[in-house]
Write a protein that binds this ligand. Structure first.
Ligand code: 5GP
Length: 191
C-alpha cells in the first residue's frame, strides 16, 4: 500500500473545470486512492451509473440518512439538489486499507477540513482560468439547460472566494500541466 500519510483526499472544482478527467487521472495514477461515491438527489445524467458515479436517492431516502446521522457531510449544493458523503462509504474504503478521494463542493470541503487535521486530509481546489472560460466549457458540454448553466456559473463565482482555505490550488488552463501539478502534489503525500 505504500506509506499513506493522509487518510482523506478532498478535491473541489466548479462544474466544467475538468473535474471528471482530473479525478480519473488521479485514480489511475494512485492505486491507493479510491473514489468515494456520494449520494445525491439530482437526476442521473446520460451515461451515469447508480452505485458507480453516485448513489442516486429520492428526497425521502436522503432525508432518512440525514435523520439517522449517516453522512460525514451533506449540502444542498444547488437549489433543491442534495449531495452527501455517507459514513458507510468512507468506512468501506478505509476497511480496504485505501484512502478515499472525495469530490465535493467547496462548503463540503471546508466542513471536512475543519473536522480533519492537515495530517489526516489534503485538499485540492481546481481553479478555472476565468469565468468566461467556464461558461464556454459548460455551453460546449451542452448537458444542461441555460438556467442550470447560469446556476453553476453563479456558484463557481461564489466558490472562488474560499480558495485560500485549501491546502493546494491548481489552475486548469492547460490540462496536461494541471494533471502534472496534481500528480506532483499527491506524490508528496503518497510516495
Ligand atoms: P455534479 O452534479 O456536476 O455531479 O456535481 C455538482 C457538485 O456537487 C460538484 O461541485 C460536486 O463537487 C458536488 N458534490 C458531489 N458530491 C458531493 C458530496 O458528497 N458532498 C458535497 N458537499 N458536494 C458534493
Amino acid at each position: 500500500m505504500g506509506s499513506v500519510k493522509a487518510s482523506l483526499v478532498i478535491i473541489s472544482a466548479p462544474s466544467g473545470a475538468g473535474k471528471t478527467t482530473i479525478v480519473k487521472h488521479i485514480l489511475q495514477t494512485f492505486p491507493q486512492l479510491t473514489f468515494s461515491i456520494s449520494a445525491t438527489t439530482r437526476k442521473k445524467r446520460e451515461g451515469e451509473i447508480d452505485g458507480v458515479d453516485y448513489y442516486f436517492l429520492s428526497q425521502e431516502q436522503f432525508q432518512h440518512h440525514i435523520n439517522n446521522n449517516d453522512f460525514i457531510e451533506w449540502e444542498m449544493v444547488y437549489e433543491g439538489k442534495y449531495y452527501g458523503t455517507l459514513k458507510t462509504e468512507i468506512n468501506r474504503i478505509w476497511n480496504e486499507n485505501k484512502t478515499p478521494l472525495l469530490e465535493v463542493d467547496v462548503k463540503g470541503a471546508i466542513r471536512l477540513m475543519t473536522e480533519y487535521k492537515d495530517s489526516e486530509a489534503q485538499s485540492l481546489f481546481i481553479q478555472i482560468p476565468s469565468i468566461a472560460v467556464l461558461k464556454e466549457r459548460l455551453e460546449k458540454r451542452a448537458s444542461e439547460d441555460a438556467a442550470t448553466i447560469a446556476a453553476r456559473i453563479e456558484k463557481a463565482t461564489y466558490e472562488l472566494q474560499f480558495v485560500s482555505h485549501f491546502n493546494h490550488v491548481v489552475v486548469n488552463d492547460k490540462l496536461d500541466n494541471c494533471l502534472h501539478e496534481v500528480e506532483q502534489i499527491l506524490t508528496k503525500h503518497f510516495l
